[in-house]
Write a protein that binds this ligand. Structure first.
Ligand code: HEC
Length: 243
C-alpha cells in the first residue's frame, strides 16, 4: 500500500511541477531550423541592419558568424558591418551606454544569450507584439513586455500595428491586433518569415557551436555503424564455443 502511494506521488510530481513554470501570456510558436543556412543569413542581415545600432552581440565576431553561416568576407563587409570595422571585430554596438541610458532609461541588453534567457517562442511573439501607444515615451508598447523601452524597429516592414480592446464591465480586455492599411512593406506572411529568420539567428548566436556539433554528430554515428561490424564478428567468435 505504501509503495503504491509513493509511486502515485512520484508520478504526480512532474505533472504538478510544470504548470507553475509557465507564464500566463499567450505565446506563438516558432519553428527553429539551424540547418536552414539561407534563413540564418537573412536573420543575420536583419540583425545587423535593425538591432546592432542599439544592441551588441559581444561574444561573436563577424568572421566567425560568416564562416558558420557560409557568408564571404566581402558580403559580411557589405551587408553586416558598420563602416570602419574589421571582419575580425566583435559585434558590438556603436551606441555609447550612457547615451542609451539617457535616451531609453535603460541600456539595451546584449543579445548574445537572449534566446537562452528568453525562449525562441517568447522572442518571436515579442517581435510581433509591438503596438502604437501614444502614452508611451517611444510611442510604442508591447503586449508581451509591458511598457518596454524599446520602440518597434521593424514597423517599416510590419506596418503600424494597433491594439484592439473590448470592454468587459469595468475592465478593458485585450482582444487582438489590427494593422493600419498601407503601412509596412511586407505582407503578414513575409513578416512572419522575417521574424522567424531573426529568431533563428538569435538561437544560433546563443550557441554557435551547435552547427559544428551537427557535423561531428554525423561522423560519430558513421563511426558507430562501422564499429558495429567488428563487434558483431567478435561476438560470433566468442560464442562459437559456448553454443
Ligand atoms: C533604438 C534602439 C533599439 C533597437 C534598434 C533595438 N532595440 Fe531591442 N531593446 C532596446 C531597449 C532600450 C531595450 C530595453 C527595454 C526595457 O528593458 O524596457 C530593448 C530590449 C530588447 C529585448 C528584451 C530583452 C529582455 O529584457 O529580455 C529584446 C529581445 C530585444 N530588445 C530585441 C531586439 C531585436 C531583435 C532588435 C532588432 C530587430 C532590437 N531589439 C532593436 C532598444 C533597441
Amino acid at each position: 500500500m505504501r509503495k503504491l502511494l509513493i509511486s502515485i506521488v512520484m508520478f504526480l510530481v512532474p505533472v504538478l511541477a510544470f504548470p507553475a513554470g509557465g507564464g500566463d501570456e499567450h505565446l506563438e510558436s516558432v519553428f527553429i531550423n539551424l540547418r536552414d543556412k539561407a534563413s540564418l543569413q537573412r536573420g543575420a542581415k536583419l540583425f545587423s541592419n535593425y538591432c546592432l545600432s542599439c544592441h551588441s552581440a559581444a561574444y561573436s565576431r563577424y568572421n566567425r558568424v560568416g564562416k558558420d553561416l557560409g557568408i564571404s568576407d566581402e558580403n559580411i563587409k557589405e551587408h553586416l558591418m558598420f563602416a570602419g570595422e574589421k571582419v575580425g571585430d566583435l559585434m558590438t554596438t556603436t551606441m555609447p551606454v550612457e547615451d542609451a541610458q539617457r535616451w531609453f532609461g535603460v541600456a539595451p541588453p546584449d543579445l548574445s544569450l537572449i534566446a537562452r534567457s528568453r525562449t525562441p517562442d517568447w522572442l518571436y511573439t515579442y517581435m510581433k507584439s509591438f503596438y502604437i501607444d501614444d502614452s508611451s515615451p517611444s510611442g510604442w508598447n508591447n503586449t508581451v513586455f509591458e511598457n518596454v523601452a524599446m520602440p518597434n524597429v521593424l514597423y517599416g516592414l510590419q506596418g503600424n500595428q494597433l491594439a484592439v480592446y473590448e470592454t468587459n464591465g469595468d475592465n478593458k480586455v485585450f482582444a487582438g491586433f489590427e494593422m493600419e492599411e498601407n503601412t509596412g512593406t511586407m505582407t503578414e506572411v513575409e513578416f512572419d518569415q522575417a521574424v522567424t529568420d531573426l529568431v533563428n539567428f538569435l538561437v544560433y548566436l546563443g550557441e554557435p557551436a551547435v552547427l559544428k556539433r551537427y557535423k561531428i554528430g554525423v561522423f560519430v554515428l558513421l563511426f558507430l555503424v562501422v564499429l558495429l561490424i567488428p563487434c558483431y564478428l567478435m561476438k560470433k567468435e566468442y560464442w562459437r564455443d559456448v553454443h
